[in-house]
Design a protein around this ligand. Sequence first.
Ligand code: GLN
Ligand code: ZN
Length: 759
Amino acid sequence: MALAHNLGFPRIGRDRELKKALEAFWAGDLEQEELLQAGRQLRARHWQLQGEAGLSLVPVGDFAWYDQVLTHSLMVGAVPERFATDVEPDLDTLFHMARGVSRTGKQTFACEMTKWFDTNYHYLVPEFTRGQKFSLQWTQLFEEVDEAIALGHLVKPVVLGPLSYLWLGKTKGEVFDKLELLDTLLPVYVEIFNRLAEQGVEWVQIDEPALVLDLPADWKAAYESVYNRLQYAPLKKLLTSYFGGLEDNLGLACSLPVDGLHVDLVRAPEQLPYVLDRLPTYKVLSVGVVNGRNIWRCDLNATLDILRQVQERWGDRLWVAPSCSLLHSPVDLQREDRLDDELRSWLAFATQKVGEVALLARALVSPEDDDIRLALAESTVVQRARQSSRRIHDPAVGERLTRVRTQHSQRATPYVTRATLQQQLLALPAWPTTTIGSFPQTSEIRASRQAYKQGRIDRKDYTADMRAEIAHVIHAQEALGLDVLVHGEAERNDMVEYFGEQLAGYAFSRFGWVQSYGSRCVKPPIIYGDISRPAPMTVEWARYAQSLTDKPVKGMLTGPVTMLMWSFPREDVSRELSARQLALAIRDEVADLERAGISIIQIDEPAFREGLPLRGADQARYLQWAAKVFRLSASGVADTTQIHTHMCYSEFNGILDSIADMDADVITIETSRSDMELLEAFSGYAYPNAIGPGVYDIHSPRIPEVAEVVRLLRKAARVIPVERLWVNPDCGLKTRAWPETQAALAAMVEAARQLREGD
Ligand code: GLN
Ligand code: ZN
């Protein structure tokens, strides 16, 4: 019989119990023993629900106090020097590495954090030094295995594979070939596997997501030698690939001396025939058929058809699984009490997905069982209902898209012409100063928003509160002497949610939290249908702000690509299509802002880079449509209207072409922490439009010195002509307090003044 298993379950808890326990522990309000207890309870609950759902093997090692890659670094003894102590690493070491506290209790820089493949999860980047030694240190995995066995579960420990682990890390000090480290790393893996075998483990899951990337030849070769060297470990090895297709690594992955291979058939269904051809039939084939990264219910009948094909060839060696770890799904749909029945009937969170996996495996052997027939019939009904639902399909949106022409995604004149016309209208000084949009979100603002949402104050009082805040922000900016003002974004809790709530085609869960990093979770909105904008979303706030000042007020919108990337997307249409619909909705808002007298409009795209696919060949396609979609949202304006965009990261390598292709009149970016170094990339490339390189870091309360800002701007002027330079912070100011905000902006404005006057 086909076996049902899971690659990993979300650890955060259906009520974010882990987040709450961690934060209480860090604040000193929870004892370590209580924290450990909270972790044990969550693991026990998650194993139990997976066992009860009908999984034959439950994953162990998917739990982490902060991040699974960090746990792995501790396990293999990869603790950077600044955190190392004489004793073995413990929970303190782990949190120090994550949060930047040195072994002596001083503040130091934390381990770097970066995106886990193309998900919105972030892992802590391992740091490797040349000649580094590894040794088995942190034993959490073995303890959890014992814990699960004691609770009566059949377990499958999850271990990050050696090559993916090295791939994800960075070299420190001397630059060297990370593959050199294998000689000392592999013995630790052998030790881990031996120990698991002694604990009675039959199968270990070795995660090698790097197999879905474009790998250099020496890394491919290393896969062969590594798994040859590990093949004698006394347990069975299931090698897992996910987040994409194996493509050119398929032959390699199929031939490695392991006992089973997991492939992602949600992201890459087209690879199945090749896997069936290449994988020896004595190996287990685990197929990921339930999407681990989204919230839609699986089409059970269609999936079952595929599984039957595989079963014909693979028989009992077919395993059924989610495409990847369920870490990227919210925990439990049962918790959602405010979603309407129709929408709810389309959804499945991690708990429900586990049920789907178990049901599919069972349906292969006993399709006639009553509950299975019922479930399959219900799935048919749900899929049909969704396909034809009026809520999803809005003919007007489809019709409008067919009328979109190339010229809709192009400004009428080239940048140089526009820039001159805009300058005639705006008459801005050299070194124009501005901010990225948000001003401090005080507790009063939050309280007012909350009260309005809960119906404790009415629209009139709420509007009065927000207007008072806008007036305050405008006056503060005038007093500071900024050139281009913003309204401050007081009415927004979140830059995607705020717009999603006003667009048709969007829904919001109450408890659909997904871990982003450490204790931080995000609750992505759900794009369920065709998107349109029933009414203006920001115009009244912007109009009011502009009425208070003679200086230009910059309208502030979230761009189509970011809206998409930070939401759960549809699966019945392409990401590109939803993005184009979003672009038209935003285009309408841009037009209305322009009509309301707003002559500068910023369309934020901080997630532009996040959409980048993992493989080079797909990246080019993505970049092309993403830039075009941005232009579609931005190009409906007169030449004299100035379009800004903002991105808050500093990695533009390889994507500068498309940044230029977006053709925003001004782009503001994060640069202060890189000491303007990243601007070099823009200069080498001869970026054609204007740039506002961030002159101070908004992540810390530190107030920059005027001289320091002047120095950074002079440095910027060496690579970008002064006529195309703007002066602004790295990002929005919503997490900062007022006093430091005012002091920092005062320094920034003074720096611009000195540069203008050539002091
Ligand atoms: N306009 C937004 C703000 O200032 C931009 C946020 C972001 O880049 N993530 O808050
Ligand atoms: Zn930003």
